[in-house]
Design a protein around this ligand. Structure first.
Ligand SMILES: *[C@@H]1O[C@H](CO)[C@@H](O)[C@H](O)[C@H]1NC(C)=O
Ligand SMILES: *[C@@H]1O[C@H](CO)[C@@H](O)[C@H](O)[C@H]1NC(C)=O
Ligand SMILES: *[C@@H]1O[C@H](CO)[C@@H](O)[C@H](O)[C@H]1NC(C)=O
Ligand SMILES: *[C@@H]1O[C@H](CO)[C@@H](O)[C@H](O)[C@H]1NC(C)=O
Length: 500
Protein backbone atom coordinates (compact mmCIF):
# COMPACT_ATOMS: atom_id res chain seq x y z
CA UNK A 1 0.00 0.00 0.00
CA UNK A 2 1.31 3.41 -0.89
CA UNK A 3 2.39 5.54 2.06
CA UNK A 4 1.01 9.01 2.59
CA UNK A 5 3.66 11.37 3.90
CA UNK A 6 3.00 11.42 7.65
CA UNK A 7 2.67 15.15 8.20
CA UNK A 8 -1.08 15.45 8.41
CA UNK A 9 -1.11 16.91 11.88
CA UNK A 10 1.53 19.48 11.26
CA UNK A 11 -0.54 21.33 8.69
CA UNK A 12 -3.15 22.01 11.31
CA UNK A 13 -0.93 24.39 13.19
CA UNK A 14 -1.15 27.76 11.57
CA UNK A 15 2.27 28.82 12.63
CA UNK A 16 5.35 26.67 12.23
CA UNK A 17 8.05 26.44 14.75
CA UNK A 18 9.68 29.82 14.59
CA UNK A 19 13.08 30.45 16.03
CA UNK A 20 13.42 32.43 19.19
CA UNK A 21 12.69 36.10 18.88
CA UNK A 22 12.76 38.82 21.44
CA UNK A 23 14.26 36.87 24.31
CA UNK A 24 14.52 39.04 27.34
CA UNK A 25 17.84 39.36 29.03
CA UNK A 26 17.89 37.66 32.41
CA UNK A 27 18.61 39.31 35.73
CA UNK A 28 22.03 40.82 35.52
CA UNK A 29 23.08 39.48 38.93
CA UNK A 30 26.80 39.16 38.73
CA UNK A 31 27.94 35.59 38.96
CA UNK A 32 31.47 36.27 37.79
CA UNK A 33 33.13 35.69 41.17
CA UNK A 34 31.32 32.36 41.49
CA UNK A 35 32.11 31.61 37.89
CA UNK A 36 35.81 32.12 38.50
CA UNK A 37 35.91 29.89 41.58
CA UNK A 38 33.75 27.19 40.02
CA UNK A 39 35.78 26.98 36.84
CA UNK A 40 38.77 25.85 38.92
CA UNK A 41 36.75 22.93 40.25
CA UNK A 42 35.02 21.64 37.11
CA UNK A 43 36.26 19.21 34.48
CA UNK A 44 38.08 20.63 31.45
CA UNK A 45 35.18 20.32 29.07
CA UNK A 46 32.59 21.94 31.32
CA UNK A 47 31.69 25.48 30.34
CA UNK A 48 30.27 28.31 32.36
CA UNK A 49 27.88 30.72 30.70
CA UNK A 50 27.19 34.17 32.16
CA UNK A 51 24.34 36.59 31.33
CA UNK A 52 26.80 38.77 29.43
CA UNK A 53 27.85 35.89 27.15
CA UNK A 54 26.49 35.69 23.60
CA UNK A 55 25.22 32.13 24.22
CA UNK A 56 23.20 33.14 27.31
CA UNK A 57 19.86 33.53 25.51
CA UNK A 58 20.31 30.09 24.07
CA UNK A 59 21.08 28.47 27.41
CA UNK A 60 18.07 29.97 29.18
CA UNK A 61 15.70 29.28 26.27
CA UNK A 62 12.89 26.95 27.30
CA UNK A 63 9.86 25.34 25.70
CA UNK A 64 7.58 27.78 27.51
CA UNK A 65 9.55 31.01 27.87
CA UNK A 66 9.27 33.74 29.15
CA UNK A 67 6.17 32.46 30.95
CA UNK A 68 8.48 30.00 32.68
CA UNK A 69 11.75 31.78 33.44
CA UNK A 70 13.75 30.48 36.40
CA UNK A 71 16.26 33.16 37.54
CA UNK A 72 19.93 32.29 37.11
CA UNK A 73 23.15 34.13 37.89
CA UNK A 74 25.08 31.64 35.79
CA UNK A 75 24.72 28.34 33.97
CA UNK A 76 27.15 25.45 33.76
CA UNK A 77 27.17 23.03 30.87
CA UNK A 78 28.51 20.05 32.75
CA UNK A 79 30.75 17.57 30.91
CA UNK A 80 30.98 14.81 33.50
CA UNK A 81 28.67 13.32 36.10
CA UNK A 82 31.19 14.47 38.74
CA UNK A 83 30.70 18.10 37.62
CA UNK A 84 27.12 17.91 38.88
CA UNK A 85 28.24 16.94 42.39
CA UNK A 86 30.88 19.67 42.31
CA UNK A 87 28.31 22.34 41.51
CA UNK A 88 25.82 21.15 44.12
CA UNK A 89 28.53 21.16 46.81
CA UNK A 90 29.76 24.58 45.74
CA UNK A 91 26.23 26.00 45.63
CA UNK A 92 25.45 24.67 49.10
CA UNK A 93 28.68 26.14 50.51
CA UNK A 94 27.70 29.52 49.06
CA UNK A 95 24.00 29.28 49.85
CA UNK A 96 22.96 29.43 46.20
CA UNK A 97 19.94 27.56 44.81
CA UNK A 98 20.27 25.40 41.70
CA UNK A 99 18.15 23.70 39.05
CA UNK A 100 19.11 20.87 36.72
CA UNK A 101 17.90 21.27 33.13
CA UNK A 102 17.92 18.63 30.41
CA UNK A 103 15.41 19.35 27.61
CA UNK A 104 13.96 22.51 29.15
CA UNK A 105 10.33 21.62 28.55
CA UNK A 106 9.04 21.57 32.12
CA UNK A 107 6.30 24.18 32.25
CA UNK A 108 5.04 24.30 35.80
CA UNK A 109 5.00 27.78 37.32
CA UNK A 110 6.82 26.50 40.44
CA UNK A 111 10.02 26.69 38.37
CA UNK A 112 9.71 30.48 38.53
CA UNK A 113 10.46 30.37 42.27
CA UNK A 114 14.16 29.91 41.54
CA UNK A 115 15.94 33.25 41.83
CA UNK A 116 19.60 34.05 41.25
CA UNK A 117 20.42 30.36 41.05
CA UNK A 118 22.80 28.17 39.09
CA UNK A 119 21.49 26.29 36.09
CA UNK A 120 23.06 22.84 35.87
CA UNK A 121 22.75 22.16 32.18
CA UNK A 122 22.91 18.41 31.52
CA UNK A 123 22.77 18.46 27.71
CA UNK A 124 26.41 17.40 27.29
CA UNK A 125 25.66 14.25 29.32
CA UNK A 126 24.16 12.92 26.15
CA UNK A 127 25.10 9.28 25.83
CA UNK A 128 23.48 5.98 24.95
CA UNK A 129 25.25 2.71 25.77
CA UNK A 130 23.47 -0.46 24.71
CA UNK A 131 24.22 -3.29 27.16
CA UNK A 132 24.02 -7.02 26.35
CA UNK A 133 21.43 -7.80 29.04
CA UNK A 134 18.50 -6.06 27.28
CA UNK A 135 19.18 -2.75 28.98
CA UNK A 136 20.55 0.60 27.89
CA UNK A 137 22.48 3.13 29.95
CA UNK A 138 21.44 6.68 29.18
CA UNK A 139 23.08 9.98 30.09
CA UNK A 140 20.99 12.50 32.04
CA UNK A 141 21.05 15.01 29.16
CA UNK A 142 19.86 12.69 26.39
CA UNK A 143 16.76 13.65 24.41
CA UNK A 144 14.09 11.11 23.51
CA UNK A 145 14.75 11.31 19.79
CA UNK A 146 18.45 10.59 20.40
CA UNK A 147 17.66 7.47 22.43
CA UNK A 148 15.02 6.25 19.98
CA UNK A 149 17.35 6.66 17.00
CA UNK A 150 20.36 5.02 18.61
CA UNK A 151 18.42 2.07 19.97
CA UNK A 152 16.73 1.65 16.60
CA UNK A 153 20.11 0.90 15.04
CA UNK A 154 20.21 -2.13 17.36
CA UNK A 155 16.64 -3.18 16.57
CA UNK A 156 15.56 -2.15 20.06
CA UNK A 157 13.47 0.40 21.86
CA UNK A 158 12.82 1.60 25.39
CA UNK A 159 9.69 3.03 26.95
CA UNK A 160 9.97 6.80 26.35
CA UNK A 161 7.44 9.59 26.00
CA UNK A 162 5.64 11.07 23.02
CA UNK A 163 7.44 14.29 22.11
CA UNK A 164 10.80 13.70 20.46
CA UNK A 165 12.25 17.00 21.66
CA UNK A 166 12.03 16.45 25.42
CA UNK A 167 14.62 14.72 27.54
CA UNK A 168 14.32 11.07 28.48
CA UNK A 169 14.83 11.67 32.20
CA UNK A 170 12.49 14.67 32.65
CA UNK A 171 9.13 12.99 32.02
CA UNK A 172 10.41 9.65 33.32
CA UNK A 173 10.90 10.96 36.86
CA UNK A 174 7.20 11.88 36.98
CA UNK A 175 6.15 8.43 35.62
CA UNK A 176 6.37 8.95 31.84
CA UNK A 177 3.36 8.19 29.64
CA UNK A 178 4.28 6.39 26.43
CA UNK A 179 2.94 4.72 23.28
CA UNK A 180 4.38 1.56 24.83
CA UNK A 181 2.89 1.87 28.31
CA UNK A 182 0.09 -0.56 27.66
CA UNK A 183 2.67 -3.22 26.81
CA UNK A 184 5.49 -2.42 29.24
CA UNK A 185 4.30 0.08 31.86
CA UNK A 186 5.34 3.70 32.32
CA UNK A 187 8.89 4.80 31.46
CA UNK A 188 9.66 4.79 35.16
CA UNK A 189 8.47 1.20 35.52
CA UNK A 190 11.38 0.30 33.25
CA UNK A 191 14.21 1.93 35.14
CA UNK A 192 16.68 -0.56 36.58
CA UNK A 193 19.06 1.79 38.36
CA UNK A 194 20.11 5.42 38.49
CA UNK A 195 23.19 7.43 39.43
CA UNK A 196 22.08 10.38 41.50
CA UNK A 197 23.58 13.50 43.00
CA UNK A 198 21.81 14.16 46.28
CA UNK A 199 20.90 17.52 47.78
CA UNK A 200 24.11 17.60 49.83
CA UNK A 201 26.32 16.91 46.80
CA UNK A 202 26.92 13.25 47.61
CA UNK A 203 26.84 10.92 44.62
CA UNK A 204 24.99 7.66 45.08
CA UNK A 205 22.97 5.12 43.18
CA UNK A 206 19.51 3.68 43.57
CA UNK A 207 17.92 0.43 42.45
CA UNK A 208 15.66 -2.26 43.87
CA UNK A 209 18.57 -3.41 46.04
CA UNK A 210 20.62 -0.22 46.63
CA UNK A 211 18.82 2.55 48.53
CA UNK A 212 15.42 1.00 47.75
CA UNK A 213 13.53 3.79 49.55
CA UNK A 214 15.21 6.44 47.44
CA UNK A 215 14.50 4.31 44.37
CA UNK A 216 10.83 4.19 45.37
CA UNK A 217 10.61 7.99 45.65
CA UNK A 218 12.58 8.58 42.50
CA UNK A 219 9.99 6.64 40.53
CA UNK A 220 7.17 9.21 40.38
CA UNK A 221 8.49 12.08 42.49
CA UNK A 222 12.08 12.03 41.31
CA UNK A 223 12.50 15.76 40.71
CA UNK A 224 12.14 16.27 44.47
CA UNK A 225 14.95 13.90 45.40
CA UNK A 226 18.05 14.38 43.31
CA UNK A 227 19.71 14.98 39.98
CA UNK A 228 19.91 11.83 37.90
CA UNK A 229 23.15 11.97 35.93
CA UNK A 230 22.72 8.59 34.20
CA UNK A 231 20.35 5.65 34.42
CA UNK A 232 19.73 2.20 33.04
CA UNK A 233 16.48 1.24 31.33
CA UNK A 234 15.06 -2.03 30.07
CA UNK A 235 14.94 -2.46 26.29
CA UNK A 236 12.67 -4.53 24.06
CA UNK A 237 13.13 -5.82 20.53
CA UNK A 238 11.29 -4.04 17.73
CA UNK A 239 9.14 -6.65 16.03
CA UNK A 240 6.77 -4.74 13.78
CA UNK A 241 5.99 -1.52 11.96
CA UNK A 242 2.94 0.65 12.59
CA UNK A 243 -0.03 1.85 10.60
CA UNK A 244 -1.96 4.98 11.46
CA UNK A 245 -5.26 6.55 10.57
CA UNK A 246 -5.75 10.25 11.17
CA UNK A 247 -9.29 11.59 10.95
CA UNK A 248 -10.79 14.98 11.39
CA UNK A 249 -14.15 15.31 13.08
CA UNK A 250 -16.40 18.30 13.62
CA UNK A 251 -18.39 19.59 16.58
CA UNK A 252 -21.48 17.67 15.45
CA UNK A 253 -19.54 14.39 15.76
CA UNK A 254 -18.44 14.83 19.39
CA UNK A 255 -21.11 12.51 20.82
CA UNK A 256 -20.52 9.73 18.34
CA UNK A 257 -16.72 9.83 18.42
CA UNK A 258 -16.20 10.02 22.16
CA UNK A 259 -18.97 7.52 22.93
CA UNK A 260 -17.14 5.15 20.61
CA UNK A 261 -13.87 5.80 22.45
CA UNK A 262 -15.58 5.18 25.79
CA UNK A 263 -16.91 1.92 24.41
CA UNK A 264 -13.46 0.82 23.22
CA UNK A 265 -12.14 1.55 26.71
CA UNK A 266 -14.86 -0.15 28.74
CA UNK A 267 -13.12 -1.37 30.65
CA UNK A 268 -9.78 0.29 29.74
CA UNK A 269 -7.97 -2.95 30.50
CA UNK A 270 -9.86 -4.61 27.62
CA UNK A 271 -8.13 -2.56 24.95
CA UNK A 272 -5.50 -4.32 22.84
CA UNK A 273 -2.14 -3.02 24.20
CA UNK A 274 -0.86 -2.40 20.67
CA UNK A 275 -3.74 -0.08 19.80
CA UNK A 276 -3.10 3.60 20.49
CA UNK A 277 -5.60 6.49 20.36
CA UNK A 278 -4.89 10.19 20.55
CA UNK A 279 -6.60 13.42 19.59
CA UNK A 280 -6.14 17.17 19.50
CA UNK A 281 -8.77 19.88 19.36
CA UNK A 282 -7.35 22.62 17.16
CA UNK A 283 -8.49 25.53 15.02
CA UNK A 284 -6.93 25.32 11.56
CA UNK A 285 -7.69 28.97 10.74
CA UNK A 286 -9.75 31.87 12.03
CA UNK A 287 -12.33 31.21 9.30
CA UNK A 288 -12.85 27.58 10.27
CA UNK A 289 -14.53 26.06 13.28
CA UNK A 290 -12.27 24.07 15.59
CA UNK A 291 -11.89 20.40 14.65
CA UNK A 292 -10.79 17.22 16.32
CA UNK A 293 -7.72 15.64 14.77
CA UNK A 294 -8.11 12.03 15.84
CA UNK A 295 -5.32 9.48 15.37
CA UNK A 296 -5.34 5.72 15.68
CA UNK A 297 -2.15 3.70 15.55
CA UNK A 298 -1.64 -0.02 15.55
CA UNK A 299 1.64 -1.79 15.98
CA UNK A 300 1.10 -4.61 13.51
CA UNK A 301 -0.49 -5.15 10.15
CA UNK A 302 -2.64 -2.65 8.31
CA UNK A 303 -5.42 -5.21 8.53
CA UNK A 304 -5.20 -5.13 12.34
CA UNK A 305 -5.63 -1.38 12.22
CA UNK A 306 -8.37 -1.49 9.59
CA UNK A 307 -10.68 -3.67 11.69
CA UNK A 308 -10.26 -1.30 14.65
CA UNK A 309 -10.66 1.80 12.47
CA UNK A 310 -13.88 0.62 10.81
CA UNK A 311 -16.23 2.06 13.49
CA UNK A 312 -14.46 5.45 13.18
CA UNK A 313 -14.73 5.38 9.38
CA UNK A 314 -18.43 4.59 9.78
CA UNK A 315 -18.84 7.97 11.51
CA UNK A 316 -17.94 9.76 8.25
CA UNK A 317 -14.88 11.74 9.24
CA UNK A 318 -14.35 15.02 7.36
CA UNK A 319 -10.90 13.83 6.28
CA UNK A 320 -9.17 10.47 6.48
CA UNK A 321 -5.46 9.70 6.04
CA UNK A 322 -4.00 6.21 6.22
CA UNK A 323 -0.25 5.78 6.58
CA UNK A 324 1.32 2.34 6.54
CA UNK A 325 4.73 0.79 7.14
CA UNK A 326 5.83 3.35 9.72
CA UNK A 327 8.95 2.31 11.58
CA UNK A 328 9.31 2.77 15.32
CA UNK A 329 11.84 5.50 14.59
CA UNK A 330 9.17 7.43 12.66
CA UNK A 331 6.08 6.79 14.75
CA UNK A 332 6.40 9.81 17.04
CA UNK A 333 6.59 12.11 14.05
CA UNK A 334 3.79 10.26 12.25
CA UNK A 335 1.46 10.87 15.19
CA UNK A 336 2.27 14.57 15.45
CA UNK A 337 4.93 14.49 18.15
CA UNK A 338 8.04 15.02 16.01
CA UNK A 339 10.87 17.33 16.99
CA UNK A 340 9.73 19.91 14.40
CA UNK A 341 6.18 20.42 15.71
CA UNK A 342 4.97 23.71 17.05
CA UNK A 343 4.86 22.46 20.64
CA UNK A 344 8.52 21.45 20.41
CA UNK A 345 9.61 24.98 19.61
CA UNK A 346 11.53 27.06 22.11
CA UNK A 347 10.55 30.41 23.55
CA UNK A 348 6.83 30.24 22.95
CA UNK A 349 4.63 30.52 25.96
CA UNK A 350 2.66 27.37 26.53
CA UNK A 351 0.44 26.84 29.56
CA UNK A 352 -1.04 23.46 30.45
CA UNK A 353 -2.96 21.92 33.31
CA UNK A 354 -3.25 18.14 33.20
CA UNK A 355 -6.60 16.49 33.82
CA UNK A 356 -6.70 12.73 34.43
CA UNK A 357 -10.09 11.17 33.66
CA UNK A 358 -11.59 7.70 33.99
CA UNK A 359 -13.81 8.19 30.90
CA UNK A 360 -15.04 10.96 28.60
CA UNK A 361 -18.03 12.93 29.75
CA UNK A 362 -19.76 14.09 26.56
CA UNK A 363 -21.35 17.30 28.00
CA UNK A 364 -17.91 18.27 29.33
CA UNK A 365 -16.49 17.96 25.81
CA UNK A 366 -19.24 20.22 24.47
CA UNK A 367 -18.47 22.84 27.12
CA UNK A 368 -14.78 22.55 26.35
CA UNK A 369 -15.47 22.94 22.63
CA UNK A 370 -17.55 26.11 23.14
CA UNK A 371 -14.87 27.65 25.38
CA UNK A 372 -12.18 26.71 22.88
CA UNK A 373 -14.14 28.49 20.13
CA UNK A 374 -14.10 31.69 22.18
CA UNK A 375 -10.48 31.29 23.20
CA UNK A 376 -9.21 30.80 19.65
CA UNK A 377 -11.40 33.59 18.26
CA UNK A 378 -8.95 35.85 20.09
CA UNK A 379 -5.97 36.08 17.73
CA UNK A 380 -3.51 36.12 20.65
CA UNK A 381 -4.55 32.56 21.52
CA UNK A 382 -5.40 31.23 18.04
CA UNK A 383 -2.69 28.56 18.13
CA UNK A 384 -3.92 27.00 21.34
CA UNK A 385 -5.10 23.39 21.43
CA UNK A 386 -6.69 20.84 23.71
CA UNK A 387 -4.76 17.63 24.09
CA UNK A 388 -7.01 14.56 24.32
CA UNK A 389 -4.73 11.59 25.03
CA UNK A 390 -6.25 8.12 25.53
CA UNK A 391 -3.67 5.67 26.79
CA UNK A 392 -3.84 1.92 27.08
CA UNK A 393 -3.29 0.95 30.69
CA UNK A 394 -2.76 -2.82 30.67
CA UNK A 395 1.01 -2.55 31.20
CA UNK A 396 0.81 0.13 33.89
CA UNK A 397 -1.77 -1.87 35.85
CA UNK A 398 0.64 -4.79 35.73
CA UNK A 399 2.90 -2.96 38.20
CA UNK A 400 1.89 -2.96 41.89
CA UNK A 401 0.92 0.66 42.61
CA UNK A 402 2.46 0.45 46.09
CA UNK A 403 5.87 -0.34 44.65
CA UNK A 404 6.58 3.18 43.28
CA UNK A 405 5.75 6.82 44.01
CA UNK A 406 3.48 6.93 40.93
CA UNK A 407 -0.01 7.30 42.41
CA UNK A 408 -2.71 4.77 41.52
CA UNK A 409 -4.77 7.58 39.96
CA UNK A 410 -2.08 7.86 37.28
CA UNK A 411 -2.20 4.14 36.57
CA UNK A 412 -5.97 3.74 36.58
CA UNK A 413 -7.13 6.68 34.44
CA UNK A 414 -6.74 6.09 30.73
CA UNK A 415 -7.41 9.69 29.73
CA UNK A 416 -4.91 12.49 30.02
CA UNK A 417 -6.29 15.74 28.72
CA UNK A 418 -5.21 19.36 28.99
CA UNK A 419 -5.84 22.72 27.47
CA UNK A 420 -2.63 23.94 25.84
CA UNK A 421 -2.74 27.73 25.75
CA UNK A 422 -0.21 29.32 23.39
CA UNK A 423 0.58 33.00 23.19
CA UNK A 424 3.50 35.15 22.25
CA UNK A 425 5.37 37.85 24.10
CA UNK A 426 5.38 38.85 27.74
CA UNK A 427 2.44 41.15 28.15
CA UNK A 428 1.10 40.85 31.71
CA UNK A 429 -2.54 41.17 30.73
CA UNK A 430 -2.20 38.37 28.15
CA UNK A 431 -0.40 36.21 30.67
CA UNK A 432 -3.18 36.74 33.21
CA UNK A 433 -5.91 36.04 30.68
CA UNK A 434 -4.10 32.89 29.52
CA UNK A 435 -4.13 31.65 33.13
CA UNK A 436 -7.84 32.44 33.41
CA UNK A 437 -8.62 30.55 30.19
CA UNK A 438 -6.58 27.63 31.43
CA UNK A 439 -8.62 27.54 34.63
CA UNK A 440 -11.93 27.71 32.76
CA UNK A 441 -10.99 24.96 30.31
CA UNK A 442 -9.66 22.78 33.12
CA UNK A 443 -12.93 23.17 35.01
CA UNK A 444 -14.85 22.33 31.83
CA UNK A 445 -12.84 19.14 31.25
CA UNK A 446 -13.66 18.02 34.81
CA UNK A 447 -17.36 18.79 34.41
CA UNK A 448 -19.56 15.91 35.61
CA UNK A 449 -16.59 13.89 36.90
CA UNK A 450 -17.30 12.46 40.34
CA UNK A 451 -13.78 11.31 41.13
CA UNK A 452 -11.34 13.66 42.88
CA UNK A 453 -9.16 15.73 40.59
CA UNK A 454 -5.86 14.22 39.55
CA UNK A 455 -3.12 16.03 37.60
CA UNK A 456 -0.24 14.17 35.92
CA UNK A 457 2.71 15.77 37.68
CA UNK A 458 4.47 16.50 34.38
CA UNK A 459 1.42 18.40 33.11
CA UNK A 460 0.76 20.22 36.38
CA UNK A 461 0.22 23.93 36.19
CA UNK A 462 1.94 24.64 39.50
CA UNK A 463 -0.90 25.42 41.88
CA UNK A 464 -2.24 21.88 42.43
CA UNK A 465 -2.19 20.36 45.89
CA UNK A 466 0.43 17.72 46.71
CA UNK A 467 -2.39 15.14 46.82
CA UNK A 468 -3.70 16.11 43.40
CA UNK A 469 -0.30 15.40 41.86
CA UNK A 470 1.22 12.69 44.05
CA UNK A 471 -1.89 10.79 45.14
CA UNK A 472 -4.58 10.89 47.77
CA UNK A 473 -3.63 7.86 49.84
CA UNK A 474 -2.51 9.22 53.21
CA UNK A 475 0.32 6.74 53.70
CA UNK A 476 1.74 7.70 50.30
CA UNK A 477 2.08 11.42 50.95
CA UNK A 478 3.37 10.72 54.47
CA UNK A 479 5.98 8.36 53.09
CA UNK A 480 7.08 10.93 50.50
CA UNK A 481 7.40 13.63 53.16
CA UNK A 482 9.35 11.26 55.42
CA UNK A 483 11.77 10.34 52.64
CA UNK A 484 12.13 13.98 51.76
CA UNK A 485 13.19 14.77 55.34
CA UNK A 486 15.76 12.01 55.10
CA UNK A 487 17.24 12.65 51.65
CA UNK A 488 16.76 16.39 51.23
CA UNK A 489 16.28 17.86 54.71
CA UNK A 490 17.03 21.42 53.55
CA UNK A 491 14.56 21.12 50.68
CA UNK A 492 17.02 22.05 47.95
CA UNK A 493 14.90 20.28 45.33
CA UNK A 494 11.76 22.37 45.64
CA UNK A 495 11.37 24.03 42.25
CA UNK A 496 9.50 21.31 40.36
CA UNK A 497 6.03 20.64 41.81
CA UNK A 498 7.39 20.35 45.35
CA UNK A 499 6.21 17.86 47.96
CA UNK A 500 7.11 20.25 50.79
C1 LIG B 1 36.63 17.01 25.82
O1 LIG B 1 36.08 17.33 24.55
C2 LIG B 1 36.89 16.92 23.48
C3 LIG B 1 36.29 17.49 22.21
O2 LIG B 1 34.92 17.21 22.13
C4 LIG B 1 37.00 15.40 23.47
O3 LIG B 1 37.81 14.97 22.41
C5 LIG B 1 37.61 14.95 24.79
O4 LIG B 1 37.60 13.54 24.86
C6 LIG B 1 36.83 15.51 25.96
N1 LIG B 1 37.53 15.23 27.18
C7 LIG B 1 36.97 14.57 28.17
C8 LIG B 1 37.82 14.37 29.40
O5 LIG B 1 35.82 14.18 28.14
C1 LIG C 1 8.68 -0.36 4.63
O1 LIG C 1 9.68 0.56 5.02
C2 LIG C 1 10.98 0.04 4.97
C3 LIG C 1 11.93 1.04 5.63
O2 LIG C 1 11.57 2.36 5.36
C4 LIG C 1 11.33 -0.26 3.52
O3 LIG C 1 12.63 -0.79 3.43
C5 LIG C 1 10.33 -1.27 2.99
O4 LIG C 1 10.54 -1.48 1.61
C6 LIG C 1 8.89 -0.78 3.18
N1 LIG C 1 7.98 -1.86 2.85
C7 LIG C 1 6.87 -1.64 2.15
C8 LIG C 1 6.01 -2.85 1.93
O5 LIG C 1 6.57 -0.55 1.72
C1 LIG D 1 -4.88 27.30 39.64
O1 LIG D 1 -4.74 27.96 38.43
C2 LIG D 1 -5.87 27.89 37.59
C3 LIG D 1 -5.45 28.45 36.25
O2 LIG D 1 -4.87 29.69 36.36
C4 LIG D 1 -7.01 28.63 38.26
O3 LIG D 1 -8.17 28.63 37.49
C5 LIG D 1 -7.30 27.91 39.56
O4 LIG D 1 -8.32 28.58 40.26
C6 LIG D 1 -6.04 27.86 40.41
N1 LIG D 1 -6.30 27.01 41.56
C7 LIG D 1 -5.92 27.35 42.78
C8 LIG D 1 -6.21 26.32 43.83
O5 LIG D 1 -5.35 28.40 43.02
C1 LIG E 1 24.33 13.29 52.26
O1 LIG E 1 23.01 12.83 52.43
C2 LIG E 1 22.88 11.42 52.52
C3 LIG E 1 21.39 11.12 52.57
O2 LIG E 1 20.78 11.83 53.59
C4 LIG E 1 23.66 10.90 53.70
O3 LIG E 1 23.56 9.50 53.74
C5 LIG E 1 25.10 11.31 53.56
O4 LIG E 1 25.82 10.92 54.73
C6 LIG E 1 25.21 12.81 53.41
N1 LIG E 1 26.60 13.15 53.14
C7 LIG E 1 27.24 14.08 53.80
C8 LIG E 1 28.66 14.32 53.39
O5 LIG E 1 26.70 14.71 54.69
Amino acid sequence: MKSVTPIVFVFHWRVWFTAAAGIHTQSQAVGSQNSHELSELLSNNASIVLPSDPTWDNIVARGSYPRIAPGYQLAVEVATEADVATIVTYANDHDIDFLAVAGGHGETTTLNRLQDGIQINLRKLNSVTVNDDDTVTVGGGTLQQELVNQLYEHGKRAVTGLCECVSVIGPLLGSGHSFLQSQHGFSVDNIVSANIVLANGTTTSASATTNPDLFWALRGAGQNFGIVTSFTLKTYPITSTYSTYTFTFSRSQIDAVFSLVNEIDSPPSARDPKFFLNAWLIRPSADDDPIFSYSLAYEGSTYDLAIRAAPFLALNPITTALVTNITYKEIHQALGFGAEIFACGKNMNQAISGVGLPRWNIPALHSTYELFCSLTADSRFANSAVLLENYGIVGVLGVDAKSTAVPPEERERPILTSAVIHYEGDEQRTRREAAEWLGRLTDALYEGVEEDRHAYVNYANGNESVEEMYGREEWRVEKLRGLKAEWDPRNKFRFYNPIV
